[in-house]
Design a protein. Structure first.
Length: 209
């Protein structure tokens, strides 16, 4: 009798633990995708708010080491003749959003590790983007005829390469095994009623007398 009672208590505890874990996992999915939705509002304004000054001031500081420059809002004026305006496309807000989406669409990552991953991806993109702007500025100052082609190539091609390269570096560095979006969908499907309804009821074996 005592053994049966002990088993029942253990089963209840396990049930509560499993229920708590499932609830925690569902809340994690909901919270992560809610953040993604909120971050996408108003044309990624949150990224431009944060990363515009973080991009403009390093570019201004580095250029000031080589040229006589002045700063007016988002325009860097070089030698009082050459204006370099850092528009939204230069800040690459959509690229930051894509990295955030990739980092938040992966399950089974604890909070501290996820924050480290996001900071790593954002800081990496920021450094690469500043270097991109400096290189394009140098090409523009030198007056190369292929500036327009270089600019388009760096925006449409190199920006995508930056994001892909940073992501695969994260996968290797942080040992990520899950797949963005797919792992969440797979987990939700396993926990759904649709999956449970497909399970065939176990047949009870009749004891032969």
């Amino acid at each position: 009798m005592k053994k049966r009672k002990t088993k029942k208590r253990n089963n209840k505890r396990r049930g509560k633990t499993l229920g708590f874990r499932e609830g925690k996992e569902l809340f994690s999915v909901f919270a992560r995708y809610l953040i993604i939705i909120l971050a996408s509002l108003a044309n990624f304004w949150i990224f431009y708010l944060i990363f515009t000054p973080l991009t403009v001031y390093p570019v201004f500081f580095i250029l000031s080491l080589f040229f006589d420059v002045s700063l007016l809002n988002n325009i860097v004026l070089i030698n009082n003749q050459i204006p370099i305006e850092l528009i939204k496309a230069c800040i690459a807000g959509s690229a930051y959003f894509l990295l955030l989406t990739l980092n938040l669409s992966i399950p089974k990552i604890n909070f501290k590790k996820r924050i480290k991953m996001i900071l790593f991806s954002f800081s990496s993109l920021l450094v690469l983007n500043v270097l991109r702007i400096l290189l394009l500025t140098w090409v523009f100052i030198e007056g190369y005829s292929f500036f327009d082609i270089t600019h388009k190539l760096f925006w449409y091609g190199i920006s995508v390469i930056f994001v892909v390269g940073i992501w695969f570096t994260e996968v290797k560095l942080f040992k990520i095994k899950e797949i963005p979006f797919y792992s969440d969908i797979k987990h939700l499907y396993k926990k759904s009623l649709f999956k449970k309804s497909k399970r065939k009821p176990k047949r009870k074996l009749r004891k032969k007398h």
